[in-house]
Design a protein around this ligand. Structure first.
Ligand code: SAH
Ligand code: SF4
Length: 372
């Protein structure tokens, strides 16, 4: 059975034409699925009955099944989705006053194996399909709209960041149609600046993204020199800092924003000395960028510690004094392990997870979803 979520609009058009249908039918179908969240083809009332029957025989909206949902006291929602064969991925919704950001996964596990990342520690299972990437947004958007009682046309998810599990640029062929669906006016209608791909630095794919689908780019830097970065972000051995920064510079010519965001996870005693800040200044000089310091979100197997609040402040100050726009990321949803780098998606040990979740649900930190 074909999954309708696997197609961007061009893909769906090709499919409809193959079925002997007019191209505009694809746009109608696409709007039913993505704008209205309708999975049941028989409800798509402006499509001829014969066409509906034809579609129903071969294709369907295959959503992901939800294993669990947790709501943080700060309103952050985390879903664990089953992707089969004991694998699961996580998706996080982060509500703020003026926007709602969805953090989407691109792979089950991740092959890059960064030291400080819980997904990296679990190894790589498999790439998600386009449909599985889009299904996270499809589910979250329509679920939240219903719960929040949003009027027709108003969106729950206003921003997407590919910062969940996995390295999006190591799943490039599935990623690009998913991004196109997010951007499509007949799909989710998000502007290019509100869709961010975050990468550990897959240089050739940064270059391709620039041509194929330039959205906002975030690069996970974490170290100012190759020796330390080789250790923390092993893909650096293949694509060292010099090449990475060249690719970032080139990306700026196509980027929807006039800067690149660099993410820097603050690890106590590892990459947070004054010296590292000074090296960063030298490294980033002349490049239009913003630096986002992320307090490390610890997990037991990492053996690493979070830099102290004062250390993060001092580190940020050194950079700001050198005119590098520096922000410190607020940690959201930490009571439900929904913060950056805490996504594990592990369902192998379901009993333990369920017990942990039950405990968490009982604790005062986790509130039930409140209808707004
Ligand atoms: N693979 C991509 C996107 C997913 S990770 C990437 O690495 O960019 C999203 C962000 O979370 C990255 O910046 C990553 O470096 C950061 N991150 C990973 N583990 C973390 C942790 N334990 N604490 C804080 N940030 C972390
Ligand atoms: Fe993969 Fe990103 Fe985690 Fe590194 S930080 S292991 S690239 S998900």
């Amino acid at each position: 059975m074909i999954n309708l979520l696997d197609f961007d609009r061009d893909g769906l058009t090709r499919w409809c034409v193959e079925q002997g249908e007019k191209p505009f039918r694809a746009t109608q179908l696409f709007r039913w699925v993505h704008q209205r969240g309708v999975a049941d083809v028989s409800q798509m009332s402006d499509l001829a009955k014969s066409l509906r029957q034809k579609i129903e025989g071969q294709a369907a909206v295959t959503a992901l099944s939800v294993i669990s949902e947790q709501v943080s006291r700060d309103g952050t929602v985390k879903w664990l989705f089953d992707v089969g064969a004991g694998n699961a991925v996580e998706t996080v919704f982060i509500p703020e006053d003026d926007r709602g950001t969805l953090c989407v996964s691109s792979q089950a596990g991740c092959a890059v194996a960064c030291r400080f990342c819980s997904t990296g520690h679990q190894g790589f299972s498999r790439n998600l399909s386009t449909g599985e990437i889009v299904a996270q947004l499809w589910y979250a958007e329509h679920q939240l709209r219903r719960r929040l009682g949003l009027p027709e046309g108003e969106r729950a998810v206003t921003n997407v960041v590919m910062m969940g599990m996995g390295e999006p640029l190591q799943n490039y062929s599935a990623l690009v149609p998913a991004l196109r669906t997010m951007l499509d006016d007949h799909g989710y209608g998000l502007s290019r600046r509100r869709v961010t791909v975050s990468t550990s630095g897959v240089v050739p794919m940064i270059e391709r993204l620039m041509v194929d689908c330039p959205v906002a780019l975030a690069v996970s830097l974490h170290a100012p020199d190759d020796v330390l970065r080789d250790h923390l972000v092993p893909i650096n051995r293949k694509y060292p800092l010099g090449e990475l920064l060249e690719a970032c510079k080139a990306y700026l010519s196509a980027a929807p924003r006039d800067f690149i965001t660099f993410e820097y996870c603050m690890l106590d005693g590892v990459n947070d000395h004054d010296q590292h800040a000074k090296e960063l200044i030298r490294l980033l000089k002349g490049l239009h960028c913003k630096l986002n310091l992320i307090p490390f979100n610890p997990f037991p197997e990492s053996g690493l510690k979070r830099s102290s609040v004062t250390r993060v402040k001092e580190f940020a100050q050194i950079l700001q004094d050198a005119d590098i726009v520096t922000t410190v990321r607020k940690t959201r949803g930490d009571d439900i392990a929904a913060a950056c780098g805490q996504l594990a998606g592990d369902v192998i040990d379901r009993t333990n997870r369920n017990q942990r979740q039950e405990r968490a649900m009982r604790s005062e930190h986790v509130v039930q979803w409140q209808e707004r």
